[in-house]
Design a protein around this ligand. Sequence first.
Ligand SMILES: Cc1ncc(C[n+]2csc(CCOP(=O)(O)OP(=O)(O)O)c2C)c(N)n1
Ligand SMILES: [Mg+2]
Length: 709
Amino acid sequence: MASNLEMQRPGAPPVDRHVHLFRTGGTVVQRVGAGSSIWRIDAAHEFSPSVARYPEKLSQEAFYSVAYPLMVLSRRLEERLLELFQKGYVKGTVTISIGNEGTTVGMAMPLRPGRDVVSLLHRDFAAHLLLGSTPYQLACQYLGNVDSPTHGREGNVHHGDAASRRLPMISHLGKMLSLVVGGTWAARRRGEEVFGLAVIGDGGSSTGEFHEAINIASVRKAPVLFLVENNHYAFSTPTSAQYNCRRLSDRARAYGISGRTIDGTDAWAVYSAVWEALDAMCRDPAPAILECVSLRLHGHAAYDQADYVSAEQMRQWRRQDPLPRTRQRFREVGGFSEADTAALEEAVDEEVGRAVAEALEVAPPEPRTHCWKVYADSSPAAVKPLKTPRLKNGSAVNRALDFILANNPDAFLVGLDVGTYGSAFKTCKGLIERFGPERVIDMPLCESGMVGFALGASQVGAQPIVEFQFADFSTEAVSQLGLNAGTWYFRTGCPAPVLLRLPCGGGLTLGAFHSGEYEGLWSRFPGLKLLYPATPQETFEALLAGFYDPNPCLVFEHKLLYWSQDGEIDFDGDLAAVWKPRRYTEGDCLTLVAFGAMIREAISAAARFDRAVEVWNPFVLQPLDASPIIQSAQRTGRLLVVQECGAVQGLGDRVISLVLRQGRIAWKCRPRLIAAPDVPVPFAPQLESHCRPNAERIAAVVKAMLEER
Ligand SMILES: Cc1ncc(C[n+]2csc(CCOP(=O)(O)OP(=O)(O)O)c2C)c(N)n1
Ligand SMILES: [Mg+2]
């Protein structure tokens, strides 16, 4: 097989008399000793993908000839970064992988960059080098300069290359696992022969997402290897306080999958186990757990002296240090002399020095010229027009989903009970019959994992739609959606096209945990788009606009309106025109802004004042463009905002604030907000209707405001 890793036997023409390794920009040319093996590795970008990967299984000789240089490179570079941290050049912190290189090199070697879906952790430095990062890039990342893969936007270890499926971690441990499951599953669904590698620590294995992700992978048969790096500690907490099973791989049985525990300091053992796991998945696509028992030769991070680790334990760890052991194997199986090996190490040092020196020369990011965009550009193409007779809001949801699934083979819908049952509010009725169970998917009950699954799928070309059964349960996915999906484009430069549907709101006597709207909560996360339609036409438009947008878009569907609101759909297919506030009535005396089910109440109140009140729905709640509302208030001189939720929970105050700050308005009276009291939505019908604003309350305030001059 053609490879940049070329073993050259005695008698073959010499390739390069110079011994220089890992030149910045990645060129690696190495030659050791006359008459022994020589190997040549070209530019690192080329190098990483072209090391022989699965299904080829490297001989020990070929493996060690790559593994040892990589392990030395990783260690020396990290030591240098630690030094730079101590000198104040590197900010944040440095979590050190020293001691873990056997696991990281072994696990990354069989994987195919750009093809397999991978998420690495904060102690996987060498794996980044093997899967595509150059020493220079890594140095830039730690220095947070303009050449860093994240352009200085994100911290030291939160890097990767989402475009080539090396999904960058976020701090929230466990949260990346479900992305690997979604990415792997979705790529397989498109016919790609793909594996996933999802790495987690012993501490991270206690998170809920660990369970959610493995469970989803098992149920959906996603061939993902969950590799647990068990280094005996989570920060300072020993494993005895972390879990109570004998081995973490024992948990595999609970998911009906295979689990194995190996010595993570033995790079060849890790490589072989990962290769074998992939090979098994090739025959039977299912996830597996591989626990690699590793160690940590430093504290948790640069600032931690690890005085909670006993001296005896540390001595034992030092004896197990994978680097000298790999060096020995490298020499034994490769037949390299001590002098050749030392020359290799010296050249690695030189290269680390060169990469770091070059990175230190690079300018820091410049705030004025920095790209601050949190949204991927959307250039919505027109879609087919649609015209329907009168239908209910709930049916408009169904028509929109039908339209999307029929016209986009890469679209799929996940949710709880969205399949045969047709979803809790029947908005998905009939979809599974039309599009099948691989596109209309009943998920296990795990909102965070479900959103992560969708986000991961969106990175391999799929177009996921997520239904939360109730908006209230979206709070289960706050970090996954708000922090991971919301920041995705900003951190990676890659779009994250996921449509999320949130049946929301009260008025159905369902109590505090089934009646929330949560548009206020979700508006607090940069990078998310929010739409809140109120009519069948708006519902159809919002779902299509959100679906075709390349960013995570949340559509709030007020449950009360599913059955009680009807109207025609007459959509001309112009998606760009959808993103604007909606006006329902014209009036000269008062601007009345309402959200969701309050719009109907507002229109009913406005009807009591002859052509005086102009009713608006901001419709696009994030990014919120208040200018049409400001123009209206400039004409009327009065602003009243009505929301169903409590004053601090919704966006009414934000609308008022924007109008006050951005508009030059000759106020005839001060702006007002009508909201529920700031209490949980109460259950009993008498209590709930007492809390919810209604047309009578709105009309009374309108009357009072109109009487003011
Ligand atoms: C959800 C979450 N809680 C807390 C933290 C803070 N934190 C960062 S690393 C760490 C320990 C992780 O231990 P482990 O998973 O064993 O990985 P290791 O650092 O040992 O490689 C903690 C608690 C976090 N990153 N994420
Ligand atoms: Mg640990």
